[in-house]
Design a protein around this ligand. Structure first.
Ligand code: FES
Ligand code: FES
Length: 170
């Protein structure tokens, strides 16, 4: 089948199997290897991307569901005005060790900040990140980093603006 969709603002037209996973399309066909494969079963969140304004496990999305969708990967998120603050928080709080899970966590963090109404409790942040698994950090540092971000109103507003630019009306 031929499908058309947008990735990081670029129009893509691809001839592919309807069953091919978005994760494989991103990594193998589009060379966007920032999105990682962990479990391949929708359980670890390493493959999280944003589709039409939702954080989604790309290992569970077949090509046939992609027509006319708008996708943002970590490579696209890097160009958001808010990205440097997200990156800084993860680094300053020591929330990255091997880094394998980090892409997924950062994508989920962007979704959390774009859709949540701070102040958030630690339990609310943990709940929002519950779909992402980290084998290294023990989670405390990641939760600290995200809590720090939720307590920066200007940054939260910037994420919401970036989100609106990426997905508004789509
Ligand atoms: S690789 Fe997709 S959820 Fe684990
Ligand atoms: S930093 Fe290694 S899996 Fe999370």
């Amino acid at each position: 089948m031929n499908i058309r969709f947008t990735v990081n603002g670029n129009q893509i037209e691809l001839a592919t199997s309807p069953k091919k996973r978005l994760l494989d399309i991103l990594r193998d066909d589009l060379d966007l290897i920032g999105t990682k494969e962990g479990c391949g079963k929708g359980e670890c969140g390493a493959c999280t991307v944003l589709i039409n304004g939702s954080a989604v496990n790309s290992c569970l999305v077949p090509a046939l569901q992609l027509a006319n969708s708008h996708i943002v990967t970590i490579e696209g998120l890097r160009h958001w005005s808010s990205f440097a603050s997200l990156e800084r928080a993860y680094v300053e709080h020591g929330a990255v060790q091997c880094g394998f899970c980090t892409t997924g966590f950062v994508m989920s963090t962007a979704a959390l900040l774009a859709t949540a109404a701070p102040p958030l409790s630690i339990d609310q942040v943990k709940w929002q990140l519950a779909g992402n698994i980290c084998r290294c950090t023990g989670y405390a540092k990641i939760v600290e980093a995200v809590m720090d971000l939720t307590q920066q109103p200007e940054l939260v507003n910037q994420v919401k603006l970036d989100w609106q630019t990426a997905f508004g009306g789509k």
